[in-house]
Design a protein around this ligand. Structure first.
Ligand SMILES: [Zn+2]
Length: 153
């Protein structure tokens, strides 16, 4: 029972976030709880509070900086060579432009110390960080840095 006409490679199932158990884990934390080492896999969303407000309780001391699954940081297939970015772009929009999954973008941003939620639009600098990470060169866009807007008519 083989369907040889469709030879798609099955994608490896990502490890799910231990917190929400819905999104793929992108950040791997190691900390100490009650004297025991605990490894946690979190999605970028669930990990963000740890970076904003690292727990101060001695029972939760971070031993190692978070590490991100390197698979999530690779340049996506079909990623364009250059991209024109608007002044702000939603996570979904940017991920479509870069042919990346939204959680890949979040993982890239985590490694650059930027935490965003999936809902707020990314500003130009944030989106540009992702593009530079993937080696995508940025093209200027109308409306951004328009020092001399073209006069028509
Ligand atoms: Zn999560």
């Amino acid at each position: 029972m083989q369907n040889s006409s469709d030879s798609r490679v099955t994608e490896p199932v990502p490890i799910l976030c231990g917190e929400c158990k819905a999104r793929p884990a992108a950040v791997f934390l190691t900390h100490v709880v009650d004297g025991k080492l605990v490894h946690r896999n979190l999605c970028a969303h669930c990990a963000s509070p740890y970076f904003d407000h690292p727990p101060e309780a001695p029972s939760a001391t971070f031993l190692s900086p978070p590490s991100v699954n390197p698979d999530f940081l690779a340049r996506p297939r079909g990623c364009p060579e250059s991209l024109a970015l608007p002044a702000s772009v939603s996570l979904d929009e940017l991920s479509q432009k870069l042919r990346a999954k939204p959680f890949h973008i979040l993982a890239v941003l985590v490694t650059h110390g930027v935490f965003v939620t999936g809902k707020q639009p990314l500003d130009y600098a944030t989106a540009a960080t992702v593009c530079r990470h993937y080696g995508v060169s940025l093209r200027p866009v109308e409306g951004v840095e328009a020092s001399e807007p073209p006069q028509r008519g």
